[in-house]
Ligand binder design. Sequence first.
Ligand code: NAP
Ligand code: GLV
Length: 314
Amino acid sequence: VAALLLAISGYRPEPWAGALSILRGACDVRVWPDAGDPADIRYALAWKPPHGLLAGFPKLEAIFSLGAGVDALMRDPTLPAVPVVRYVDPDLTGRMREYVALHVLAHHRRMLDYAAQQHSRLWRELPQPAAREVRVGVMGLGVLGQDACVALAMLGFQVAGWSRTPKKVAGVACFAGAEQLAPFLARTDILVCLLPLTPETEGILNMRLFRLLARDGALPAPVVINAGRGGLQNEADILAALKGGVIGAASLDVFAEEPLPDTSPLWGHPRVILTPHNAAWSSPEACARAVVRQIKAHQNGAPLAHVVDRSLSY
Ligand code: NAP
Ligand code: GLV
């Protein structure tokens, strides 16, 4: 019998196994650690599986990632040489659109300042530019970055995006490659990071980059929003940049170590909005539907969609 192995860490498997019941007929569902005969396993739906686990299934044909980001899978040196498929679905994209719009607007409308004023019962209007006077820059023009750009442009912001290879997105100024990073940053008041974590992008959100952000914006200081991965950011540099006024505020959904340790000064920082890596949660139902679509297409001989380029790690 062909089977799919559900191998997820950090989530209760029950809702996932329940959602995957729509696979019945196409293949069995096994919940790790009860894989049964390893030779039955043709597919895996995985999130941070222990290194080496997936190498134990000789007939594995594809690995589906429970999330859009595959950095944890890519770090497994024994990962079998089968297609790794990212989770891409309008449900996830819509959730990230909500997060990005919420946080860009929160900083644009100076909600941290108003929260502090409310705490002091202070009735005072702060200078408020219109969205059309504020420049947002989105790092990553993939599925999530492009969608976020379009939503931000609809809100009226001046939007630019930065990617590895050149892109064209209507209404968005597109920059690409290392040589266009500085001009992209020089026109950015609110920076949104939706990059994947790869050997190329690790630690990219650092003091050197923060210093390249626009200093002539309509807001009091540049803002950094990271919903990509914690490994993209240097947390000591974020704290130093906040202290030195290099940036004025940050929204962070992801951290180098998750859960964020109790001792991190980010927890209590008055200029940081912190969320527990849930900018875009993977819904078991939506993810299971996407996996089932792909497995059925694969079994009919169609190519898998959203396959990771192993040479690029994303
Ligand atoms: P994607 O479609 O693969 O897009 C990745 C984008 O990053 C592409 O535009 C790519 O450039 C660009 N990029 C990659 N390496 C680069 C480099 N070295 N320099 C410049 N640009 C580079 O990915 P996605 O679906 O949009 O997801 C992006 C990331 O969001 C995921 O990898 C994950 O880490 C994160 N995420 C987080 C959450 C959360 O809840 N916090 C939820 C979902 C996803 P090209 O277009 O030239 O290839
Ligand atoms: C979540 O972090 C994802 O990669 O989808």
